[in-house]
Design a protein around this ligand. Structure first.
Ligand code: NDP
Length: 294
């Protein structure tokens, strides 16, 4: 049976490490990290993600700057707000919750975030540096960073291993594959046009699944002893639950956990780690700024 990687427990350990570092910064410089969380409109899921992020900041002593804008806000006004946050020395990270309303060009807004405050790691320059040999981005995107952190903290060797990433989105699959290349794995990307994905996935010593397809990856597709990180978070009907649904991953956990060496559950695997990586990025940005300017 695979070792089940407890993302909640790892996240808790990292959060207490962050809280200690926040306290040290505060004692040494009288300053704490600041994270601006910008939300546009009233989407329920976005409100709940933003609420989680703001609450997590408060728990670790990170100052949160809340910018709540109405659905009809213009692109120009949103960009003006981003510029103000760029100029605020107490803000070390800026996060614009996605998706934005249709009348706003997301790419244009994200590009306006100062590179030094791009804690989501989505700025094209940060992604570009991630892709280049010998360059280091200022921030790594949170979910891929969470995947790698889970592998490292579970003692999984990455160097020289075959890694397969299922999915190539800008926020998960693509940066996860770039991070694995930087960590000296041999990486194959599987996407919706890949023929016979199972034969590629069977070669994976490390598998990162981020396709958004419930239980697409069967136990028989897993290489014995592989490390399986399941990013997929899919709501499927479950009439036995009050909510009427449950969350499942892209990997069939029941089957795969009998064959893999390590596996993350859904929920309780990558999910709790993603917000923690955002807080870690904010701390890193704050340390860079505060240490340089004091
Ligand atoms: P996207 O929909 O943006 O991307 C999905 C990717 O998977 C695409 O590259 C797509 O290929 C590929 N894909 C889709 N179907 C298949 C298939 N049948 N076989 C192979 N590849 C396939 O999703 P995201 O990257 O944003 O998210 C992926 C999953 O991760 C979702 O379930 C999401 O909820 C979850 N997630 C979880 C997070 C967490 O913190 N736990 C954070 C972010 C996302 P193509 O490019 O060809 O279309």
């Amino acid at each position: 049976m695979a070792t089940v990687i407890d993302g909640k427990a790892v996240a808790q350990t990292i959060r207490s490490e962050i809280a200690d570092e926040v306290q040290l910064l505060s004692q040494k410089y009288g300053k704490v990290p600041g994270l601006a969380v910008v939300i546009v409109g009233n989407r329920k899921d976005s409100q709940s993600y933003v609420g989680m992020k703001r609450k997590a900041c408060a728990e670790l002593g990170i100052k949160s700057f809340d910018v709540d804008l109405p659905e009809q806000v213009s692109e120009a006004e949103l960009i003006k707000q981003v510029h103000e946050l760029n100029a605020n020395p107490d803000v070390h990270g800026i996060l614009v919750q996605l998706p934005l309303p249709k009348h706003i060009n997301e790419e244009k807004v994200l590009t306006e975030i100062s590179l030094e405050k791009d804690v989501d790691g989505f700025h094209p320059l940060n992604i570009g540096k991630l892709a280049m040999k010998g360059r280091d981005p200022l921030f790594l995107p949170c979910t891929p960073k969470a995947c790698l952190e889970l592998l490292h903290r579970s003692g999984v060797t990455i160097k020289g291993k075959n890694a397969v990433v299922v999915g190539r989105s800008n926020i998960v699959g693509l940066p996860a594959s770039l991070l694995l290349v930087k960590a000296d794995a041999t990486v194959t990307i599987v996407h919706s046009h890949t023929s016979q994905p199972e034969s590629i996935i069977r070669e994976a010593d490390i598998l990162i699944a981020a396709a958004g397809q419930p239980k697409m990856i069967k136990g028989s597709w897993i290489k014995p002893g592989a490390a399986v990180i399941d990013v997929g978070t899919n709501a499927v009907d479950d009439p036995t639950r009050k909510s009427g649904y449950k969350l499942v991953g892209d990997v069939d956990f029941e089957e795969a956990s009998k064959i893999a060496g390590w596996i993350t559950p859904v929920p309780g695997g990558v999910g709790p780690m993603t917000v923690t990586m955002l807080l870690k990025n904010t701390l890193e940005g704050a340390k860079r700024y505060i240490e340089k300017n004091n």
